[in-house]
Write a protein that binds this ligand. Structure first.
Ligand code: HEC
Length: 710
């Protein structure tokens, strides 16, 4: 941690932009409170909360940069984030200071005018924990309240640091570390409480959300999102009153597998109704047949659950995906707005979850107002407006026989921030058409191993059929920025991209629609019709949400650029992986000149793989282990992923066992698997990878780079 004198001197240099607390000798920092948040639109230059305002519209009233002058944008400053991984955070801007969080929850405060570092705080997260985060040790954001910055650390700590210098003030462990939970979502603060959820439904946990006193870190309430073992009696928590009702929708012994329903991203506060809306995740394990063998809705998987902010007591719920078994989550961003629908103004909550439907709910009661699919949809034909339930395609239920599905676990839309512009009346988000092969393992093959991905899905049965279907799936991938009319539930326009995987969006009163694109650019479009106004090469993709702020009378647009996480598969699936620059925080303003990114390093050559000496049996066994344990980070069929293992160097091959069992790359996010794999298993996986490398190596040398890559 760099703090103390230097930080204070630097911060004092920024005093011109900081208000001074009456009677205090030190300048106030992150002086965010209920009054400021309620009047956030009177301070258009600030970005004091994850989605800017409590309604999380990600719409900024700033208009110095607008549809007439956006062509004059340039890079004002950038800061290296010391990683090549995905960086998912939206920074905060409070009174001239930009607070940002990079991988491993390292938080840095910058002078927002020039990127000068004021302080850095490193919570020293145990890198072992990355194994439990599907998509890297990333964080989507931090929160600020009355002089403190709140960090939800990957390993479960909720940490408050002093916004003036990054000094740790308190830290609480929010979950039991004997279970495979993790935190990647941004904490949210409202009226003296900080709320935080967690992830881990892929590894066998029971989801919950906890509110802590923002001042002291003392627990205020907790709400469980799925029932525990009814034989254990009530939890003694705020959710107790509804757990018996939820338990009636489950069968079998789900609690042994956690059940899931984790709230790993979106939690939104409504200051008028004093409700907190929680978006919940998928079932654990994924396949309902193993989790709740008699079926049932399995409340509150893939739902919006509204609880009273003061007490955490249940208010209402709306379940989008009963019988969840597709790894569908409803943790996606939620936007609150007042919309005129059918002649009257409705207080609505809007969400575009993984299942491909765009929902408009009455946020007071949870009543479904409307829902419409925004992508081709094999899951459900429509939502029955009488019952509010989806009409699920009978062929979509997961069986042992592989079948093609869309949308998929990769999501029609995931956590990537969406935006609502009250000026255009449109909602914008990165939509994608992802196809995938679904099937479950045979009953005799289902084994639950804590701390391992326990989907119950099969990735290896019927291999020929699977390869055939996967080819079709790959050929149908699409990604676009969608502009959607939420009142009439119809597309306004779309901006197509060559692949899925573009980033979150921002809109402004300057008629701007801003997005980091899969083409490794930052693009600015007109929000009313999608016409492109400006675009700049950024060497890597900003998957995170861009934000905007004003300091000293100048408006900036800023975003974290850093590519990684599960959608990597699509883009790196070509024979030659696409190259990305290192992760950076970048800020842009009108007329900026003289700052440019250093050139990209030359692409690495593809080494020749070692010859295959293993038996067919060993390769087959290796394929199975790879599918169970490695593919979620290293890609299906060992293609793409965080690191494409077809392209291991000779040195890496030699170190294979030390990496996979010994954990020698632990500090880079590749923890050892000695607790799950025997040396024989590791050898079998190695054999499989060598076989895959040999299969593709010659083709790769002959083929041109994938279309659209550059
Ligand atoms: C949670 C994600 C995750 C899982 C699961 C995972 N890995 Fe990794 N692995 C990584 C990351 C991240 C790296 C890159 C580390 C680096 O930059 O050196 C990596 C690197 C490697 C490397 C070094 C590759 C190279 O070319 O340098 C090998 C070998 C490897 N992993 C094997 C495996 C095997 C085998 C499994 C399954 C038993 C597995 N990994 C599961 C995240 C994962």
């Amino acid at each position: 941690m760099k703090c103390g004198v230097i930080a204070r001197v630097l911060l004092a240099a920024a005093v011109g932009v900081l208000p001074v607390l009456a009677g205090a000798s030190e300048p106030a920092a992150a002086a965010v409170d209920g009054q400021r948040m309620r009047r956030a639109n009177e301070e258009p230059g600030q970005w004091m909360s994850y989605g800017r305002t409590w309604d999380e519209q990600r719409f900024s009233p700033l208009k110095q940069i607008n549809d007439r002058n956006a062509g004059e944008l340039g890079l004002a400053w950038y800061a290296d984030l010391n990683t090549y991984r995905g960086v998912q955070a939206t920074p905060l801007l409070i009174d001239g200071v930009l607070y940002n969080v990079s991988v491993w929850n390292v938080v840095t405060a910058y002078d927002a005018r020039n990127g000068k570092v004021l302080w850095t705080y490193d919570p020293k997260v145990d890198s072992e924990w990355a194994r439990l985060a599907c998509c890297g040790p990333s964080s989507r954001g931090i929160a600020a309240w009355k002089g403190k910055i709140y960090i939800g650390a990957l390993d479960g700590r909720l940490i408050a640091v002093d916004a003036r210098n990054g000094r740790e003030l308190w830290s609480v462990q929010t979950f039991d570390r004997r279970h495979a939970y993790s935190i990647t979502g941004a904490p949210r603060v409202f009226d003296g409480k900080v709320v935080i959820g967690n992830g881990g439904a892929d590894y066998g946990v029971r989801g919950f959300v906890t509110a802590y006193d923002a001042e002291t870190g003392k627990k205020v309430w907790r709400f469980y999102l799925v029932p525990g073992n009814p034989a254990d009696g009530p939890d003694g928590e705020a959710s107790d009153s509804v757990m018996p009702m939820a338990a009636k929708t489950w069968t079998g012994e789900w609690w042994k597998y956690g059940g899931g329903g984790t709230a790993w991203d979106s939690i939104v506060y409504d200051p008028k109704l004093k409700l907190v809306y929680i978006g919940t995740g998928n079932g654990s394990p994924h396949v309902q047949h193993f989790r709740s063998p008699g079926g049932g809705d399995n409340l509150f998987l893939c739902s919006i659950v509204a609880v009273h902010a003061e007490t955490g007591k249940y208010a209402w719920h709306y379940q989008m995906v009963p019988n969840e078994q597709w790894d569908f989550t409803c943790t996606q961003p939620m936007i609150l707005a007042d919309l005129k629908i059918g002649g009257r103004t409705r207080q609505v909550l809007m969400q575009a979850p993984k299942n491909g439907f765009f929902y408009v709910l009455d946020r007071k009661t949870g009543e479904l107002i409307s829902a419409k699919t925004y992508v081709p949809n094999l899951w459900a034909t429509h939502i029955d407006m009488k019952t509010g339930r989806p009409v699920v395609n009978p062929d979509a239920y997961v069986t042992e026989k592989p079948f093609l599905m869309t949308p998929t676990w990769m999501a029609a839309h995931s956590w990537h921030p969406m935006s609502y512009s009250p000026l255009t009346g449109l909602v914008y988000w990165p939509a994608q058409e992802q196809w995938s092969v679904y099937s479950r393992v045979a009953d005799k093959d289902f084994r639950f191993v804590p701390f391992r991905s326990n989907s119950g899905n099969s990735f290896t049965s019927y291999p020929e059929e699977r390869v055939r279907l996967q080819k079709i799936a790959d050929s149908r991938e699409k990604g676009y920025l969608l502009a959607w009319d939420p009142v009439h539930q119809k597309e306004a326009f779309r901006i197509p991209y060559p692949y899925p995987g573009s980033g979150g969006v921002l809109t402004t009163a300057g008629n701007l629609l801003v997005q980091g694109t899969i083409n490794k650019t930052l693009a600015v479009y007109r929000a009313d019709n999608g016409e492109k106004l400006w675009e700049m090469d950024t060497q890597t993709v900003a998957i995170a949400g861009p934000m905007t702020y004003e300091v000293d009378g100048e408006q900036y647009i800023a975003a974290n650029f850093g590519w990684g996480g599960s959608p990597v598969h699509g883009l790196t699936a070509g024979p030659q992986p696409v190259q990305f620059g290192p992760a950076r925080l970048m800020a842009f303003k009108l007329g900026a000149k003289g700052v440019s990114l250093p050139p990209m390093p030359p692409p690495a050559a593809i080494p020749a793989p070692p010859p295959l000496r293993a038996t067919e049996d060993q390769v087959r066994r290796g394929r199975k282990i790879f599918g169970d344990t490695c593919s979620r980070c290293h890609g299906e069929n060992a293609v793409g992923g965080l690191k494409d293992l077809r392209f291991m160097t000779r040195e890496t091959h030699a170190q294979f066992r030390d990496i996979v069992l010994g954990g020698i790359r632990k500090d880079k996010g590749m923890a050892g698997f000695a607790d799950l794999l025997t040396p024989d298993d590791a050898e079998a996986v190695h054999a499989y990878l060598i076989a895959r490398a040999n299969e593709d190596y010659l083709d790769a040398r002959a083929a041109p780079p994938p279309a659209g890559a550059h």
